[in-house]
Design a protein around this ligand. Sequence first.
Ligand code: CA
Length: 243
Amino acid sequence: MAIVHSDAPERTRTILIVEDEPAISGFVRRGLIFEGFDVHVADNGMDALARLRDTPPDLVVLDLMLPGIDGIQITQRIRAAEEAEGTPRLPILMLTARDAVADRVAGLDAGADDYLVKPFDFDELVARVRALLRRAMPTTGISQDVLTFENITLNLTSHTVERDGQMIELTPREFDLLAILMRHPNQVLTRQTLMQRVWGDDFYGESNVLEVVIGNLRRALEASDDTRVVQTVRGIGYVLRAQ
Ligand code: CA
């Protein structure tokens, strides 16, 4: 009987849970350990920052409402440190309260990658965690000029987009918007982030120009009865996600 060697056994991924409610951190911790992750818990912001510095995890599940230093401040510090030190972006999944849309926007604008609203299904949490970890994995061997998501391919050099091998015609704005979404798959991007990245800092206000371009982009991408991948996150923004 042949012995099969796997090329590179997958390293155990470490997740830090920052949550002050023991019932929630315990439930999430047990579930993630069962899923094969190495899990640490911090129940306050100071402890979280110390652990992030001393034993950096592969991903953080971060409660927004914490005593002392809250989830927004922790996120801002993580992103500022990454910027200053040039270290890779740590995936952050934020936990927020129901009905607190403003908190979700603040969390995403501070630099969280995705969020879950309490109470959440554990299966949903694991799906989000796995999606964020997949995205964070280094994509060695893949040209930075070509972005792919599901059956969509976007070439930044030739400015072309294909879905299932079919060429799709896009305007420059639609192309820029799709490129940003494809650089951040499964990451909720706020309206403000998208507006700034596509139109620049000087474009503000209640204009529906983003919605119009999103609508046109969807029509172009869904022309051949393809499924929707540009999803609306009500009150917040958009996410490229296959559902
Ligand atoms: Ca809390």
